[in-house]
Design a protein around this ligand. Structure first.
Ligand code: SF4
Length: 366
């Protein structure tokens, strides 16, 4: 099957109708409402884009979790990037979304308007090339994201070392799964009955990475792909686990995700990074949920290498991003949604990022 057919096949309306009928039948006798959380920004976008929430029976409530890497990055990280951008000898290299995320009193976009050198890149290796072309500048790459992107950042650091570059570093705020899923499962204010596990992250960490979570928290998990039929199959598998009282990790996306993930990518990641506690916007500090650059690579760690004064972090009044990221409120519950906060003038990270819940609801509606 060629690529076009493969995509088309996973969007077949007839098969979708059949899956929806199966989901209806599965939950027909279920008393109450089950809450299923997707922990992946791309899943969030797919759910909104294909109107999946509206197609499901009332017994299933889908909520979005902390799966957007830009959204979960705390405000003090943005402030740190702003402080680095203000150094006259520094170029900030970043993926596009980070440029518009508001910090406490500024953003990289504002700093760029004031003369700071900000470059949008499409890969961490682009930032290494930028450093090679600008030997008189310090090039700092903003390293945010989950296990999907961290191996490429590790690869960029190794490439910079191989090229002997002394003007490349990373301001890291890397996060890992499934630690926040355990934190949310243990939150007494939030009853999550099951997780649609992220697909991209799972290609790296593998299905087996969720087994401790499932065993310790007794919460059902299904690794799910991004196409509409993937999503419906994943929801059906998850609903069946909830109904049958099972808590297992199942793999809907077996055509891509393997039990042990991608060991080579993990080896590169572990060469450069080590686990650390991390702060998640809206959730707080979660032990061992982040990755920091190992001491051996301190020369590529902007935090150690380029000390700056960072302002005291201030969250924007009224912004509900923290509660959105925990699945406790929907974008429409935020008083700023569609009024003070729009994609053109975002107040919070969830409206900035292309994977943010507020941006998805703004674009596609409920
Ligand atoms: S609408 Fe804007 S201010 Fe409100 S939670 Fe979403 S991003 Fe934050």
């Amino acid at each position: 099957m060629n690529e076009l057919n493969l995509t088309t096949a996973w969007r077949d309306p007839e098969v979708a109708r059949g899956l929806l009928a199966r989901i209806e039948r599965a939950v027909a006798g279920y008393r109450g409402e089950m809450t299923l959380m997707e922990v992946c920004g791309t899943h969030t976008m797919a759910i909104y884009q294909h109107g999946i929430r509206a197609l499901l029976p009332e017994a299933i409530r889908l909520i979005s979790g902390p799966g957007c890497p830009v959204c979960v990055t705390p405000v003090d990280y943005v402030d740190h990037a702003v402080a680095l951008a203000r150094r006259p000898d520094t170029i900030i290299a970043t993926f596009g979304d980070m440029v518009r995320v508001p910090g406490s009193s500024s953003s990289l976009l504002h700093e760029q308007a004031r003369g700071a050198q900000i470059r949008v890149v499409y890969s961490p290796l682009d930032a290494v090339a930028l450093a090679a072309r600008n030997p008189d500048k310090q090039v700092v790459f903003l390293g945010v994201g989950f296990e999907t992107t961290t191996p490429t950042v590790a690869g960029a650091i190794l490439a910079a070392e191989k090229q002997g570059l002394t003007n490349f570093s990373v301001l890291g705020s890397h996060k890992t799964m499934p630690a926040p899923m355990a934190a949310l499962t243990n939150d007494p204010e939030l009853q999550v009955d099951g997780y649609l596990c992220p697909a991209h992250v799972s290609t790296i960490i593998g299905v087996n990475a969720y087994r401790p979570l499932v065993e310790q928290c007794r919460v059902p998990c299904v690794v799910t792909g991004f196409e509409p039929l993937d999503m419906l199959r994943g929801i059906e598998m998850l609903a069946r686990q909830v109904i049958e009282g099972r808590a297992e990790v199942e793999n809907e996306y077996s055509r891509v995700v393997k039990p042990d993930g991608n060991p080579k990518a993990r080896r590169i990641l572990e060469t450069v990074f080590e686990p650390c506690d991390a702060t998640w916007r809206g959730i707080g500090i979660i032990p061992d949920s982040g990755l920091k650059i190992r001491a051996e690579y301190a020369d590529y760690d902007a935090i150690r290498k380029l000390p700056v004064n960072v302002e005291k972090p201030v969250e924007h009044t009224g912004c509900q991003c923290g509660e959105i990221l925990k699945g406790k409120v929907r974008p429409g519950d935020c008083p700023l949604f569609r009024t003070a906060c729009t994609p053109e003038n975002p107040v919070g990270a969830c409206m900035v990022s292309s994977e943010g819940t507020c941006a998805a609801e703004y674009k596609y509606g409920c």
